[in-house]
Design a protein around this ligand. Sequence first.
Ligand code: ADP
Ligand code: MG
Length: 251
Amino acid sequence: MSPILEIKNLYFTYEKQRALENINLSINKKDFLAIIGPNGGGKSTLLKLILGINKIQKGSIEIEGKASSSCLKKIGYVPQNTNVNTDFPIRVFEVVLMGHTSKRRVLFGYSKDEIAKAYNVLQKVGMKEFAKNKIGSLSGGQRQRVMIARALFTDPQILLLDEPTSSIDAKGQKEVYELLKILNKDITVVVVSHDISIILEYASKVAYINRTLILHDIGANQNKFKTKDEHFCEVELLNLLGSKTKKECSC
Ligand code: ADP
Ligand code: MG
């Protein structure tokens, strides 16, 4: 099976500070990749490189064999800290449409097809009945599901989410991950998160990024896990503690 996303020998430097070094990563269509690592480790930088927001300086990122910057429509993105102004009287379906329609459309109204599409993606995230509600009336978890609907508007093959559950309660977090699990039947999911125990319930692969990347293949059925170099992260820790969510990893 050829990978849907393939990153080779990727380096990235901000002015004088190197943020990413020799990143190699290959993920398949049905993968659910979680990206973990310390603050400032380079997680958001990597997502921005995949999205073409940061320009590649060295190395390559390909989606189905083509430069990712040439197929951005295949990627849906839920950015970190999406601060929708909750006091602003905008309705849920309009949040989904924002950013996908031309300025002319925003001035003169949306087409029937666009509105039908917005309802369709809201249905996929279980939020259709809230389409006409004000965005400010929703819970944090519901709002994040609307942001996921917005990312689904272009029918992406890969969904990238940057810390989607960082400001929502435990129930909302679980709902978001359950939704991602359902979406993962058709879409590759890549999620940056700190919720390590939740991640291990859902992810097939975990990438630990702290300037370099170390991959844990959670799905691999290996009886022993090895540590590589000096690497030790939460995945190993949970293994050592014999957590209920114990998983094998090979890195
Ligand atoms: P993470 O998402 O893992 O917290 P980031 O990718 O945001 O990490 O940041 C990686 C490193 O790059 C950090 O040291 C951060 O300070 C630096 N950095 C991020 N964005 C910029 C920027 N726009 N300009 C300069 N340095 C940046
Ligand atoms: Mg970040």
